[in-house]
Write a protein of this length. Structure first.
Length: 116
């Protein structure tokens, strides 16, 4: 039976994240980055569910294959939030934007993407 060596290290302080890793890392455009990431995740999940190849997705979305590859690999710097939202409609998805007052219990308003 193999023995594993147990090492004793000082425990590091653990800080609970805000729910937005970009804000936690100090990015000034953290909300936009988080929104783009959530939209890209939804797009990728839908393309997976529809079993689209990159070539088929490119044809359906009106993009070239390298752009689909970038999207599939979450390289989304070249995509705006608006463009990512409009890419959902050729995949037979409705996009709904709801605006409402933030609850008093939360210090700041936020943008969120709910879906897939």
């Amino acid at each position: 039976m193999a023995r594993t060596k147990v090492s004793r290290h000082k425990s590091a302080a653990v800080t609970r994240g805000s729910g937005n890793v970009f804000a936690d890392l100090g990015f000034p455009d953290a909300d936009e980055r988080q929104t783009k990431l959530r939209l890209a995740y939804a797009l990728n999940a839908i393309m997976d569910a529809q079993r689209l190849t990159q070539a088929a997705a490119a044809a359906k979305l009106g993009l070239n294959q390298p752009k689909v590859s970038a999207l599939r690999n979450y390289r989304i710097e070249g995509f705006s939030v608006e463009r990512l939202m409009t890419l959902l409609t050729p995949l037979d998805q409705d996009v709904e934007i709801v605006i409402r007052a933030k609850p008093r219990s939360r210090a700041a308003a936020r943008i969120s993407v709910v879906g897939v």
